[in-house]
Structures are given as C-alpha cells and as structure tokens.
Design a protein around this ligand. Structure first.
Ligand code: GRF
Length: 203
C-alpha cells in the first residue's frame, strides 16, 4: 500500500518505517514524507533515503481546514492510500480524520489508555508505574483515543529519568511502528468497533 508519513520533528520513527519498507516483502511502500514544519529534521533524513518530501506549513494557512486541504492535495498527488503520523504535532480536524478513516494511524509514547497527551514519560515516572511503553493506534477525533493495533512495553527502573525512560521506549517504538503498519497494510489488523482484530493472533 502506498503510504505517507507525516512528521513535525526529527523523524526517527519515520526512518524506522522507511528502513522496514525497503524490504520488497514489506506490505507498505513509503511514497511521501510530509512535514508541517520546513525545518523538521525528518525531511532531510527522508530525502537522503530517496523518499519524496513535501512541506505544508501550517503558519502559511489562515485556517486548519485550508492547511488540511493543502495536505490532502499533496497526499492525493502522490496517490497515498495509508497515512502514518510520526511525531506530527498538529491536531487534525474530525473532517480530515473521517476522510482517512481506518487508513490513518499514529504512534503514541505510552501504554494507552494511560497517559494520553504530552509529557508521557514524566507522568509515568510521577505515577510510579512499573511498566511503560508505546502504542500504535488508529486515529479518531478524540486525541490518543483510537482503537489499539499494537503495543510494546518496557520496565521502569527506580533511577530512571524521563530522558532515560523515553529513550528506552523510543527503541521499542522503532520496532513497533513497522509492525503496526505492516498489520494494517496487509489487512491483518482490522477495526471492529472500538477494538482491532488481528488475524492469526491469539487473544
Ligand atoms: C515519538 O516519541 C512518538 O511516539 C511521538 O513523538 C515522538 C516522535 O519522535 N508521537 P520521532 O520524530 O519519530 O523521532
């Protein structure tokens, strides 16, 4: 499936997806990296990997709708079928999300439904959880609330700082996101109401 990755920053998850998709047997092909920030590090990384890039700068648009229409045009120009958010820091409207229903996924650095929103590693430490991790999920209008496709867990140690814990989670993200995208792109993970069914996976 023709896949776009939307980034706002350094793009380490994007790079993991590009790397995984280099395997001809991988069910998704990364055809576009789109950033809302012209200075996103992910753009250079994508270009160096030979992937087409586009910038749709939200600051150049008077409204969220016009910003999203410009993104939609870029996605259509590249005949994109699936969209992965990877550190994309703009809230999307319900209209855009509906257009991409079941074809729009995100990675979030916590074990959802715990710690939706920002600063997840600080909050995990403050709550004293012993397990933390990351989640690949379908995007719905409510932030970080969509059906869960895949999760990866890491231990939390007593002397962890948010940075150390975040780095441990990020390593798992880089393996989990390619897995999550493969499940969706191959049709093995399908939405079933609020849940996701994965063919061949035991409950
Ligand atoms: C990751 O922690 C991801 O889970 C979150 O934003 C961060 C993006 O990092 N949504 P990168 O740009 O992929 O390196």
């Amino acid at each position: 499936r023709r896949t776009a990755v939307l980034v706002s920053g350094r793009g380490s998850n994007m790079a993991a997806l590009i790397e995984a998709a280099r395997d001809p047997a991988y069910p998704a092909e990364i055809v576009l990296v789109l950033s809302n920030r012209p200075d996103a590090g992910g753009l250079e990384r994508a270009a160096a990997a030979g992937i087409a890039t586009a910038v749709v700068d939200h600051k150049a648009h008077p409204s969220r709708e016009s910003f999203e229409d410009a993104m939609q045009a870029a996605l259509e120009a590249h005949v994109v079928e699936l969209v992965c958010l990877a550190g994309f820091m703009r809230i999307l409207t319900a209209g855009f999300i509906a257009r991409w229903e079941d074809r729009l996924i995100n990675i979030h650095p916590s074990l959802l439904p715990a710690f939706r929103g920002l600063h997840t590693h600080e909050r995990a430490l403050a709550e004293g959880v012993r397990l933390h991790g990351c989640t690949v999920h379908f995007v719905v209008p409510e932030l970080d609330a969509g059906p869960i496709i895949a999760q990866g867990a890491v231990p939390v140690f007593d002397d962890d700082s948010a940075d150390v814990l975040g780095a441990r989670v990020l390593q798992v993200e880089h393996a989990l996101y390619p897995l999550g995208l493969a499940l969706v792109a191959s049709g093995r993970a399908r939405r079933d109401g609020l849940r996701v069914r994965v063919d061949g996976a035991k409950p």
